[in-house]
Design a protein around this ligand. Sequence first.
Ligand SMILES: O=C(O)[C@H](O)COP(=O)(O)O
Length: 239
Amino acid sequence: MKKDNCYKAVFIRHGQSEWNKTNQFTGWTDVDLTEEGRAEAKKAGAALKQAGYHCDLAFTSYLQRAIKTLHLVLGEMDQLWIPEHKSWKLNERHYGALQGLNKTDTARKYGEEQVKVWRRSYDVAPPPLATDDPRFPGRDLRYAQVPPSVLPAAESLRDTEMRVLPYWQEQVAPWIRQGKQVLIVAHGNSLRALAKHIKQISKEDIVDFEIPTGVPLIFEFTADLTVIRDYYLYQEKTT
Ligand SMILES: O=C(O)[C@H](O)COP(=O)(O)O
């Protein structure tokens, strides 16, 4: 939607997931939303409706916590009918061999500093999954169309940016330039990677940049997609 020469996009990190609740590294593990996560998604949709938002099209990942959040948001907005595009390129950063481990236990074992580097540094990837690990994405039917050589076994934020950014530039940005309002429901780190580019956050400062679950983050752009301002529709805790 283009209002007063202002181009807009809405980003939402999925609502609380089962593994956010149990504090486990999740990455590409396809866990469900919790009851609280579903409530967060509905609250986001109701707030967008209340604020008069209309979305022309929506984008999400291949993971159910994002897809279900999108549907709960659109349901509240009475806009379940809009076109939606799913891509594995919007998936969470792949957390490699850390997936499934408890974050506090991992910090006890490897130290807080090391875990902070794995979670928040720009270019350090966590230890990779073995390619014969049953959890390797190449073994999952949903990625059957993706060449196995481009499927990750672990990703740094930089690696995540390398897959998310071309998707943004080729599949999302052209719609915004045409004046369409887009809604992107994705993940903590895939959205951090995107925000890093859009807001031109340095690799030093991205370490402290967090996105809470289930709260609409609104971007307003000029016609050439320079950010005018960005803000949360309301304040909420970080999960
Ligand atoms: O994949 C995960 O574990 C979460 O979605 C994000 O986790 P983080 O805050 O530890 O990066």
